[in-house]
Design a protein around this ligand. Structure first.
Ligand code: NAP
Ligand code: MG
Length: 503
C-alpha cells in the first residue's frame, strides 16, 4: 500500500482521492479510492469537532505495527455534548419523522455503503488486520444488508408488533468491539434508527476508522444533525457514555468482563440494556459426516477473522472413531493456509488486531501447554513486522482446561473426543458461555435432537459462521442478554404498549 497517503484534516476540502493498487484486492477495475485523514475529531451533531493533539491517541495498522491515524479521546464533556445533540435531534426533527422518512435515510445509507464497499473494505483491513477477502466479501456487504433489512422495517413497525403500538426509547448509547467494526456498527445503528431513536456510538479504540468514514457517508446522504454521533476513545469514554444520566438505552457488544462491569454499574438505574458478550462455541463432528467438507467447516469456524469471532467454533468435539483421521486432514489443510498481508487477496489469515491481543493469545497457548496440552502450529514463516500468530491446534486437553473453558479470541482450536451423542452435548454445554455451536452430521434426526439440547443462541448445522440480517443473534448464560438481528432486534429499541389492535 505504498501509494496510500495520509491527509491532514485542514487539507480535507482540497484533498484528492489517491488511487489504490488493486492488484492486492480483486476488483474489476484496476483502481479504486480509499482515503483517510491523518487525524480525526469526534463526530457530533453532524460535523467533526476540531482535532486536538493534546486529547488524542494512535491507531495502529496491525499488519506492520505502524501508526495509521490519530483519533480524539472523547472526554466526559464531549460525551455530554454528543448526548445533548442526540437528545435535541430525538426531540426535534428526527423524532417527528415518519417511518417512511426514516426508511429513506436508511436505504440511502445502505446504497452508499454498497457503492463505496471497496473503499470501506480496504480501510477495515488496514485498521483491523482482517484479510481483504473477508472485509470485501463478508463485513461490508453484510453491513449494507443490515441497513437494507432495517430500512424495510422502519415504515412497517406495526406489523412487527401486532396488537401493540411501539415507541422509540430515545437516546441510545452503543458500544462496539474491534473484531467486526463496521458490521457491529450496522447491527447497532440500523435497528435503532429504524425504530426512531438517536444514537451516540463508541467504536473500539483500535478500530475507529470505518466508523469515522461512515460519518462522512452520513454527511453525504444528508442525515439530519445529531441522529448519529460517534465518540472515539478508550474504555473511559465508554464509561462516560454508559454513566450519562440522559441516555435511555445501552447496547453493548464486547467481553463478558466489561459487560458485567456495566451491568453492575447500572444496577440501580431503570434503563433498557442489551449485551452481546463472549463465547466458546463447540463444533460437534459426528463420525457419519462427510469428513473433507467438515474439515473445511472447521477451518472456517475457527480461523475466520484470525479467530477474533465471538461465536467462533473454538472447541472441536470429534467422535472417537474418526478423530485421528480428522486431525490428520486438519493438519494437512492447515499447511495450505496463507498467513500474511491482510491486503493481499490470497491471504487466509491476516494480522492479530493488536499487540495486546497477540500477547493474550500467546499467554493462553503457554497456559494450555503448561496444563498438559500438545500444540500443533502451522509451519511456515510469519511476516517480520506486525502482529501475527499461526493457526494452532491444542490436543490432550480436558473439559476443565483453561483453554477449553475461557475465550481466547485467536486462531486456536482445542480438540476433544466423545463417544456418545449425550457426551458431546454435555461437553458442548459445559462452559460458562452459550453463544453459538455447530453440528456436523449426515443425519437430520441427530441435528434436531442435538440442536434442541444445546444451550446457545445460535446452532449451525453442516455449516458455521453464517450471518443473515433476518436471523436473530445473541447468547445465553455469560454470552449476553437480548437479541440483535431479525424482528427480535427491533424489540431492543422500542417500548411496547398494548392497544388491542394495530397502531
Ligand atoms: P471489550 O474489551 O469488552 O471492549 C468492548 C468495547 O467496550 C470497546 O469499545 C471498549 O473500548 C469498551 N469498553 C472497555 N471498557 C469499558 C467500560 N468500563 N465501560 C464501557 N465501555 C468499555 O471487548 P473487545 O476486546 O473490544 O472485543 C472482544 C470481545 O467482544 C470478545 O469477548 C467477543 O466475544 C465479544 N464480542 C461479542 C459479540 C456478540 O455478538 N456476542 C460480537 C463481537 C464481539 P476500548 O476498545 O477502547 O477498550
Ligand atoms: Mg487499528
Amino acid at each position: 500500500m505504498s501509494q496510500m497517503k495520509l491527509h491532514d484534516q485542514s487539507d480535507r476540502s482540497t484533498q484528492k482521492s489517491i488511487p489504490i493498487d488493486w492488484s492486492y484486492a480483486e476488483a474489476p477495475e484496476n483502481t479504486s479510492h480509499a482515503t483517510f485523514l491523518k487525524s480525526y475529531g469526534l463526530f457530533i451533531n453532524g460535523s467533526f469537532t476540531n482535532y486536538d493533539e493534546s486529547q488524542s491517541f494512535n491507531s495502529i495498522n496491525p499488519a506492520n505495527g505502524e501508526v495509521l491515524y490519530r483519533c480524539t479521546e472523547a472526554s466526559e464533556i464531549d460525551v455530554d455534548i454528543a448526548v445533548k445533540a442526540a437528545r435535541a435531534s430525538f426531540e426535534g426533527e428526527w423524532g417527528n419523522f415518519s417511518g417512511t422518512q426514516r426508511s429513506h435515510y436508511l436505504y440511502r445509507i445502505a446504497r452508499m455503503l454498497q457503492e463505496r464497499a471497496r473503499e470501506f473494505a480496504v480501510l477495515e483491513s488496514m485498521d483491523g488486520g482482517k484479510p481483504i477477502r473477508e472485509s470485501r466479501d463478508i463485513d461490508i456487504p453484510l453491513a449494507a444488508a443490515y441497513f437494507f433489512y432495517y430500512a424495510g422495517w422502519a415504515d412497517k413497525l406495526p406489523y412487527a408488533f401486532p396488537g401493540k403500538s411501539s415507541k422509540p426509547l430515545g437516546v441510545c448509547a452503543q458500544i462496539i468491539p474491534w473484531n467486526f467494526p463496521l458490521l457491529m456498527l450496522a447491527w447497532k445503528i440500523a435497528p435503532a434508527l429504524a425504530c426512531g431513536n438517536t444514537v451516540v456510538l463508541k467504536p473500539a479504540e483500535t478500530t475507529s476508522l470505518t466508523a469515522l468514514k461512515f460519518c462522512e457517508l452520513l454527511q453525504d446522504i444528508g442525515l439530519p444533525n445529531g441522529v448519529v454521533n460517534i465518540v472515539t476513545g478508550a474504555g473511559k469514554t465508554g464509561e462516560y457514555l454508559v454513566q450519562h444520566p440522559d441516555i435511555d438505552k445501552i447496547a453493548f457488544t464486547g467481553s463478558t468482563g466489561v459487560g458485567k462491569l456495566i451491568q453492575q454499574s447500572i444496577a440501580k438505574r431503570q434503563i433498557s440494556a442489551t449485551f452481546e458478550l463472549g463465547g466458546k462455541g463447540a463444533f460437534i463432528l459426528f463420525d457419519d459426516a462427510a469428513l473433507n467438507e467438515a474439515v473445511e467447516g472447521i477451518i472456517n469456524a475457527i480461523f475466520f477473522n484470525q479467530g477474533h469471532v465471538c461465536c467462533a467454533g473454538s472447541r472441536l468435539l470429534v467422535q472417537e472413531g474418526v478423530a485421528e483421521k480428522v486431525i490428520d486432514l486438519l493438519k494437512n489443510r492447515m499447511q495450505h493456509l496463507i498467513i500474511g498481508d491482510p491486503l493481499d487477496k490470497n491471504t487466509d489469515i491476516g494480522a492479530v488486531n493488536s499487540k495486546t491481543q497477540l500477547e493474550t493469545i500467546q499467554r493462553y497457548v503457554a497456559t494450555g501447554i503448561k496444563e498438559g496440552a500438545s500444540c500443533y502450529e502451522c509451519s511456515g514463516s510469519l511476516p517480520n513486522s506486525g502482529y501475527y500468530f499461526p493457526p494452532t491446534l491444542l490436543t490432550g486437553v480436558s473439559q476443565s482446561s483453561t483453554v477449553v473453558q475461557e475465550e481466547i479470541f485467536g486462531p486456536i482450536l482445542t480438540i476433544q473426543t466423545f463417544r456418545t451423542t449425550d457426551e458431546a452435548i454435555e461437553k458442548a454445554n459445559n462452559t460458562p458461555y452459550g453463544l453459538a455451536n455447530g453440528i456436523w452430521t449426515d443425519k437430520g434426526s441427530k441435528i434436531f435432537y442435538v440442536g434442541s439440547k444445546l444451550k446457545s443462541g445460535v446452532v449451525w448445522s453442516n455449516t458455521y459462521n453464517k450471518f443473515d440480517p433476518t436471523s436473530p443473534f445473541g447468547g445465553y448464560k455469560e454470552s449476553g442478554k437480548g437479541r440483535e438481528g431479525g424482528i427480535s432486534g427491533l424489540h431492543a429499541y422500542v417500548k411496547l404498549v398494548n392497544n388491542g389492535g394495530m397502531n
